[in-house]
Design a protein around this ligand. Structure first.
Ligand SMILES: Nc1nc2c(ncn2[C@@H]2O[C@H](COP(=O)(O)OP(=O)(O)OP(=O)(O)O)[C@@H](O)[C@H]2O)c(=O)[nH]1
Ligand SMILES: [Mg+2]
Length: 100
């Protein structure tokens, strides 16, 4: 669904207030799982397989069974009311993406 500016007087449609929520945390904390679990749309995911090159720098302690990681941003959406929409962004968790 695409939101744009509306003319309330003619169409009766109200521009929703949109709030952004950033889900941040360490590697494997469950950010992607959270966004996917609560989003009303199919979430945008940027999962890539963990690589051999990343083995020396990516700490998978505690989540040894994890095979992929977020490399850009997750995105999801929740419409709370007609005029109130949440945009959910999930950050990558690996240290090398800390700048994001
Ligand atoms: N026990 C438990 N496990 C969870 C929960 N949420 C997610 N997991 C598991 O923990 C792992 C977390 O995976 P992700 O959701 O990809 O974690 P992430 O924080 O997005 O990981 P990165 O993007 O790689 O930093 C997965 O194996 C999930 O199945 C939770 O609430 N409880
Ligand atoms: Mg993730």
């Amino acid at each position: 669904m695409v939101f744009g500016h509306s003319d309330r007087g003619r169409s009766g449609v109200v521009d929703p207030v949109t709030l952004k929520i950033l889900v941040a945390g360490g590697f494997g904390a469950g950010k992607t799982t959270l966004v996917g679990a609560v989003s009303e749309i199919k979430p945008l995911r940027t999962e890539e397989l963990l690589s051999e090159a990343g083995r020396p720098v990516d700490d998978i302690g505690g989540v040894e069974g994890k095979t992929t990681t977020t490399v850009a941003m997750d995105f999801g959406r929740i419409t709370l009311r007609e005029d109130l929409v949440l945009y959910l962004f999930g950050t990558p968790g690996q240290d090398r993406f800390w700048f994001l």
